[in-house]
Ligand binder design. Sequence first.
Ligand code: ZN
Length: 277
Amino acid sequence: MEKWSKRLVFMFFCLSVCIQIPYVSSSTAPLQGNQGNKESSAARTFKLEDAHVVRCSRERSRAAWKVIEEYLMPFVEQERYKISSGCRLHPDNDLYRDQEQHKHHVDINEWRCGYCRKNFYEEKYLDKHFDNRHFDLLNTSHSRCLADLCGALHCDLVMDSSLHKTKCNPAAAARNEHLCESLADSCFPVSKGPVTGRLHEFFLRQFCDAHTCSGGPKPFPKGQKKRTSMLYISLSILTLMLLPLFYFFIYLYQRGIKSGSQELKRISLSGRKKKSF
Ligand SMILES: [Zn+2]
């Protein structure tokens, strides 16, 4: 009888274990559910981050700024004219201007974030850092995408993509010409005076005339002018000041060597004379 009771207990134990196995395996189900929750929350945060994605190319905005700075601003400054903030070419209308100004190229392989002093090997990583960490600093409330003006400003010519020339599209050329002329009208209104009249004319020749597929004039016929920075000027002056000093020290050094060798000769000669006695 005892044997039977032991067997019964053992069978009961086995049964309970067998029942437990599916229970354990089902207990993993909530875990999977949690993972699913995690995934869905990750997707949600991605969607949230996606909401911060700015639909404005940083690279093309940079190219547009380069064109403005090199092919337009020197001529505008020459006329002592200040572009109004209503003009889309004004620095305030570049979404990325503040971030670009907080970009420090410390060394060949060192780019520093001006907001948090973090260093990066390449500019593109700093760009990504700006996108991920400092997107809140972008004021996206107004449409201030400089890249939108690339068609009018011939950005491709200052970008690497200029190597892959595409066939001229008459419709796109007409669109770009229209955008270009509207920029000339809004930024340099002829009615404002002779200065804006001259700049209006200049803008049409420099940027707008080339928007044609019939082999018209090339973009930027008036050329470019690089603004000489104050650092460049001060370095040049410093070099000019230090150069005579450098030659003076070389002269003194060579003179010192000569007089030293003459002294040695004199000593060795007097030594020989003493020996001959
Ligand atoms: Zn930073």
